[in-house]
Design a protein around this ligand. Structure first.
Ligand SMILES: [Zn+2]
Length: 286
């Protein structure tokens, strides 16, 4: 009888620990993903996965819509953190809904963010900059393209409480971008917004291109990079930029990460032989 009681008590204790582990803060959330780039650790921080709608597409042939996204397409809203030996970098701040929980789950606190890079000023990228009317990342130095800062009142408001905001001039694909910090180069990718900037992160001989909103509907914009979306401020320029950046990333065999690429959101590009001028995105294995 006593043995039965001890066994029962043991099962109860085990069940408690198992359920505690499920809710524990140190268990990585499902919407994070980690990859190593040289001496850096890169973390996907997803605000959520969703199903995209074909109604946002501009310039898509109806037969392509039917062929590539007949039943919708997977999408997401992401930010990325990079842990370097010199401090933690954050690329965009998402909506600010899951961001802080995601950061905590990979062992990063808001005070740990030393450098904050903004691709552009839309709400799904700057929503997490301010929390309870104060800067969410009080120790961060912020980097944003001067042209984007001048264009957007929303981003000026969101950054008003930050002590250090550096207005940068991104370089071009041709010159390999402008180094804004050791291991981070800024490259202009205008079109989605007037100052939309992408970032090339480099450690050792490994490189990752964080391409912001270069794409929104991978399922059709990979085989047909000339398709833009209604969120693109200048859809024609956005399509030209998309084509150049995709070619660059494919030719240079870069690892790429996007703010609207579905989980795991990081992968490589291959030329798509069936769709000349198009690409295939090959996600990293989960
Ligand atoms: Zn966006």
């Amino acid at each position: 009888m006593r043995d039965m009681f001890l066994l029962f008590a043991g099962i109860l204790v085990l069940a408690f620990f198992l359920s505690a582990a499920e809710c524990g803060a140190d268990v990585p959330a499902q919407n994070t993903f980690k990859v190593r780039i040289g001496a850096f650790e890169v973390f996907l921080l997803s605000e959520g996965q969703s199903e995209g709608n074909a109604s946002i597409l501009i310039g898509a042939d109806p037969s392509d819509v039917k062929k590539f996204i007949a039943s919708g397409y997977p999408s997401a809203v992401n930010a990325f953190a990079v842990r370097t030996p010199d401090g933690v970098l954050l690329f965009d701040a998402g909506f600010g809904r899951e961001l802080f929980k995601n950061l905590r789950s990979v062992g990063i606190g808001p005070d740990d963010i030393a450098s904050l890079f903004i691709t552009h000023s839309h709400g799904d990228h700057i929503g997490g900059l301010v929390k309870d009317a104060a800067p969410s990342f009080p120790n961060a130095k912020v980097y944003i393209a001067a042209s984007e800062f001048e264009w957007s009142q929303a981003v000026r408001d969101a950054l008003a409480g930050y002590a250090e905001v550096e207005r940068i001039t991104p370089g071009s694909l041709g010159d390999g971008g402008a180094e804004v910090l050791s291991g981070v180069r800024a490259i202009e990718a205008y079109g989605h917004t007037p100052g939309h900037t992408i970032f090339l992160v480099e450690s050792g001989d490994e490189r990752l291109l964080i391409w912001g909103d270069l794409t929104h509907a991978m399922a059709i914009q990979m085989p047909r990079p000339d398709v833009s979306v209604t969120y693109d401020f200048d859809p024609i320029k956005a399509a030209q930029t998309r084509q150049s950046v995709l070619k660059f990333a494919c030719d240079e065999k870069l690892l790429v990460a996007g703010m609207h690429i579905a989980y795991p959101s990081i992968g490589v590009l291959e030329k798509d032989d069936e769709n000349p001028g198009g690409y295939k995105f090959v996600p990293l294995p989960e």
